[in-house]
Write a protein that binds this ligand. Structure first.
Ligand code: BGC
Length: 492
């Protein structure tokens, strides 16, 4: 087959034959059907319906309607050549009120069974995330959700049990939490995501940014560990699947690499962002010393049992990353609400070098140089095989695109350049001996980007959100990635 793309011949066959690749999504961002067939409310349904919370005033009521259109979506994924698909389950679709004693909604189970079966029938391996930020609202109302570890943990365990029992015969790749750090920082430190709590009273009525993020993170780690323990004891022997957690983390580079204080600040920033979760899971078994030093007893402590359960619970390192930042040390004590390690964040370093080309999203710049360093930092510190579970970008100018016909393809060279560089770094890292087992692009279709509403288009598929059937059009990058992975994956 002749191709319009050319690829680096030195990277041919750099990825192992069993490398999995595809796209990742999250239930609230794509499903729609927010109150259909018995689904209960999640905190994002409520947040979206609260005036002033979402940039364009939108809700996720319909999103991409993938609840209705999943068959066509799976067919499209097959056309895109993926080997795997990562999606999340909506807890409140499966258990509308969320709790350990609350009833299961059979219609919700049926939907996910249909989706899983459709994927398998098309030769696509499901990677299933139990929790991608959509806590059942009923649990938030009952006891404050994850602020209450004692009450929340049994509810999460029971939800996970239902999922393993009902889907585990076919699902072999489980992810407990997606980015526990972003859930807690955006929801409880900045207060810009559901459930919308922070110390900032102009933004949120309730919350305490100096303590709650650390409490919630602790709940996530501990409840994750109990679920892994249950899976390994009760399900893994017969179902033979694996279980992990997905952590977020961008690369932090010193602002002035000749200043030891900036070098230290960048490492501290990585610890506050990544090692916060990864050290207890894969490293020392406890929170980093730099965090304890700055936060004191605002950082919870693990009981001996929790420590034992958390360490080694996640069988692989699930990794989401998008960009890089420059970090400068800050003199003087940290602000009480600081959660970054007392640093000043920059877009340029001291020499004026930019962190990368702009996307359509302010925080996200193309910076494969940092991604390459991050892969090595994670591998070096944790020595755990990595599943890349999210990576991708928006591109300017995609909002006003007008398809010329049903088969029209949106040209997205910015996204192609991004994927070429980032995925190329994955291939190089594999050549060096770092074990990387998957790559999931974020994301399959344009979707509801949380508090940014429909204003951030991350998809390799363009969605006409104005149309009744949320019509989809391929972007060129979807075909690029198909050919690129064809070049990179070894065919034994
Ligand atoms: C999340 C996605 C989100 C993406 C882009 C990740 O932090 O897991 O749900 O859409 O970043 O912002």
């Amino acid at each position: 087959m002749s191709s319009e793309f050319t690829f680096d011949p030195f990277l041919k066959g750099a990825l192992p034959a069993d490398f999995q690749w595809g796209y990742a999504t999250a239930a609230p961002q794509i499903e729609g059907a927010w109150n259909a067939d018995g689904k209960g409310l999640s905190i994002w349904d409520v947040f979206g319906h609260t005036p002033g919370k979402v940039k364009d005033g939108s809700t996720c009521d319909d999103a991409c309607r993938s609840y209705d259109l999943y068959k066509a979506d799976v067919a499209r994924m097959k056309e895109y050549g993926v080997t795997a698909y990562r999606f999340s389950l909506s807890w409140s679709r499966i258990i509308p009120l969320g709790g350990a004693d609350d009833p299961v909604n059979e219609a919700g189970i049926k939907f996910y069974n249909n989706l899983i079966n459709e994927l398998l029938a098309n030769g696509i391996t499901p990677f299933v995330t139990l929790f991608h930020w959509d806590t059942p609202q009923a649990l938030e109302d009952r006891y404050g959700g994850m602020l209450n570890k004692e009450k929340y943990t049994p509810d999460f365990i029971r939800y996970a049990r239902v999922c393993f029992e009902r889907f585990g015969d076919r699902v072999k790749n489980w992810i407990t939490y997606n980015e526990p750090g972003v859930y807690t920082l955006a929801g409880y430190a900045a207060g810009v995501h559901a459930p919308g709590r922070s110390s900032f009273r102009d933004r949120n009525e309730h919350g305490d940014s100096s303590t709650e993020p650390f409490t919630v993170a602790h709940t996530e780690l501990v409840s994750h560990a109990y679920v892994c323990d249950m899976y390994k004891k009760e399900f893994q022997p017969t179902q033979k699947g694996t279980i992990m957690i997905t952590l977020h983390g961008n690369w932090s580079e010193p602002y002035d690499e000749t200043d030891p204080k900036d070098v230290e600040a960048a490492e501290r920033a990585r610890e506050f962002e990544i090692a916060w979760f990864a050290d207890p899971l894969y490293g020392s078994g406890d929170y980093p010393a730099s965090m304890r030093q700055q936060l004191g007893d605002r950082l919870p402590t693990f009981t001996e049992e929790e420590k034992r359960l958390v360490k080694g619970s996640s069988e692989f390192y699930g990794m989401n990353s998008y960009t890089s930042f420059f970090m400068q040390h800050r003199d003087g004590p940290a602000d009480i609400n600081d959660h970054k390690g007392n640093v000043i964040v920059h877009d340029k370093n001291k020499q004026g070098v930019e962190r990368g080309i702009e996307s359509d999203t302010p925080w996200l710049r193309t910076s494969p140089w940092g991604w390459a360093k991050l892969l090595r930092w994670i591998w070096g510190r944790y020595k755990t095989p990595i599943y890349i579970t999210e990576n991708g970008t928006t591109a300017k100018g995609e909002h006003d695109w007008k398809p010329k016909g049903p088969e029209d393809v949106l040209e997205d060279p910015h996204r192609i350049d991004f994927f070429r560089a980032y995925v190329g770094e994955v291939a190089k890292a594999c050549q060096e001996g770092i074990i990387i087992k998957s790559y999931f692009g974020w994301t399959f279709t344009d979707n509801w980007e949380w508090a940014a509403g429909y204003t951030d288009r991350f998809g390799v598929t363009w969605v006409d959100f104005e149309s009744e059937d949320k019509k989809r059009y391929a972007k060129r990058s979807a075909y690029f990635l198909k050919e690129y992975f064809g070049h990179l994956i070894r065919h034994d």
